[in-house]
Design a protein around this ligand. Structure first.
Ligand code: LFR
Length: 472
């Protein structure tokens, strides 16, 4: 079958994009139809996503993708797929959104939720059921933090909410649903008993769909706005990390990944979950992957620490700063614990790094170049630690580390990961998430066939990858 053209709406925590994808036998190409910022908004009740703005940008981007597709061999878009960060949701009543969704970095998220959930279901029991690492902002904890959900008759995760606005169809895509904490890790279905025990209404949660399933055609008004009446919307790995892992060009099983964006998602693709007590204590998660795989990983700090640092300094010359950081001797900067919760909320990261150093009796970095070097050394050390833990807990041998996502452009960081793991690093593709989104749509349209191995071979054949050998 000839190549098809599809559109991927990919929303990250700090930026979003709509990509035109062309996919078929020997073909996998992305063209940016639109790129836009994702600026959260603080109102007196907390930090929110500006979801209406993201929807507006998605519509404008889709209109641009429709125009671009007209010039491709396929001539038109076959479908649209949406992915975004996980865990956050909109609550609706009678089809209307009740307030703007909260941002997972909102301070109230660390509040009453985890204690309330653990009082009803102890942490070890919860892990045995949902297999999820403890993140204080997992949907289950957000829901338990207040009574807001009692006003609602429907909960939709961010990509599902956008798909609902596009099509009128309310569904929950399974990879992202796995991050709520309310799916049974063994069956991949909603855990009704857990939902009851936590006092949530089962009717809040919709039917589940899998990546590749059709969601429906866009509503007439949407079709008119984007210039493509009846455009089909297809479910993809709607958790961005699930799509990113589809786009990791694994060549063999002895491989690990770091999906490096705002977060550094460090782990392995497995066939079955690891639910041991050791795994729970190491805070490893068993999130749902495309084609029934398990994303066995842990959330480590990502480029967030760096981007907040630049924001604090009022600088945008990352390239120059990285060049200066490359000249700072490795041993001259401290390695800080990037997993310290103080680094989660937005704010003055250099000051927080200095405070961490003072508390731990190590000299703080004094200038921008050494601060950046300190951040990169600390990130690489944390990834190496997480990879060693993943190997130990899963029994999987790891001989190569793939770094994908925006952070894979940071050559110094990729080199430090190679040095600190003692393993070769294969860097790229940068747009792994959009590629994963496009590949699943391409397969759904019949333009490519096969399992994840075939999809990844297509990524390898069509994208330049950079290899870093360990030097120390
Ligand atoms: C990455 C990501 C992570 C998830 C975090 C919060 O963008 O989706 O996988 O843990 O954001 O949703």
């Amino acid at each position: 079958m000839a190549a098809v053209s599809v559109a991927a709406v990919d929303l990250g925590a700090s930026s979003g994009r709509v990509m035109l994808g062309e996919v078929g036998s020997g073909v996998l190409r992305l063209t940016a139809a639109a790129r836009f910022g994702n600026e959260p908004v603080r109102t007196p009740d907390g930090l929110h996503w500006n979801l209406l703005e993201l929807y507006r940008q998605a519509i404008a981007g889709l209109a641009a993708a429709v125009r671009l597709a007209a010039d491709t061999p396929a001539g038109r878009l076959a479908s649209v797929g949406i992915d975004s960060w996980a865990v956050d949701y909109g609550l609706l009543r009678d089809g209307r959104l009740l307030g703007q969704p909260f941002h997972y970095r909102d301070e109230r998220r660390g509040g009453a939720g985890p204690a309330a959930v653990h009082a009803a279901v102890p942490a070890a029991d919860l892990y045995a059921r949902n297999g999820l690492q403890f993140l204080p902002f997992n949907t289950v904890f957000q829901l338990a933090a207040d009574d807001w959900h009692r006003d609602a008759d429907r909960l939709l995760l961010v990509p599902d909410l956008l798909a609902y606005w596009l099509t009128g169809e309310a569904r929950t895509e399974r990879t992202n649903a796995s991050t709520t904490g309310l799916l049974d890790v063994r069956t991949g279905s909603w855990d009704g008993d857990l939902i009851d025990r936590l006092g949530f209404a089962r009717s809040l949660f919709t039917d589940l769909v899998d990546p590749g399933d059709p969601l429906g055609a866009v509503l007439p008004g949407v079709g008119e706005a984007v210039g493509a009446p009846g455009l089909p919307v297809v479910a993809v790995g709607s958790h961005d990390t699930a799509s990113a892992v589809v786009g990791v060009p694994f060549e063999r099983a002895e491989s690990a990944y770091v999906s490096l964006g705002t977060w550094g998602l460090v782990g392995l693709e497995l066939d079955a979950p690891v639910l041991t007590e050791e795994s729970r204590l190491a805070n490893f998660t068993n999130e749902g992957g495309v084609d029934g795989t398990v994303r066995y990983l842990t959330n480590v700090m990502g480029t967030w620490l760096l981007s907040e640092t630049l924001r604090t300094w009022g600088r945008d010359d990352l390239t120059a700063l990285l060049a200066a950081a490359a000249d700072v001797p490795a041993g001259s900067v401290p390695v800080v614990d990037v997993q310290d919760p103080r680094f989660v909320p937005p704010g003055d990261m250099p000051a927080r790094i200095a405070a961490w150093c003072e508390e731990h009796d190590v000299p703080a970095p004094t200038d921008p170049a050494s601060t950046v070097r300190c951040i990169l050394e600390s990130l690489a050390a944390a990834y190496a630690r997480a990879l060693a833990t993943a190997t130990r807990l899963s029994g999987r041998l790891v001989e190569v580390v793939h770094v994908v996502g925006g952070g894979s452009q940071n050559t110094l960081l990729c080199q430090l990961v190679a040095d600190r793991t003692g393993l070769p690093v294969v860097a790229g593709p940068v747009e792994a998430t959009a590629l994963g989104n496009v590949l699943v749509q391409g397969r759904s349209a019949g333009a490519v066939t096969g399992g994840l191995g075939a999809l990844r071979a297509l990524v390898r054949d069509t994208h330049d990858l950079r290899r870093h050998e360990p030097t120390r």
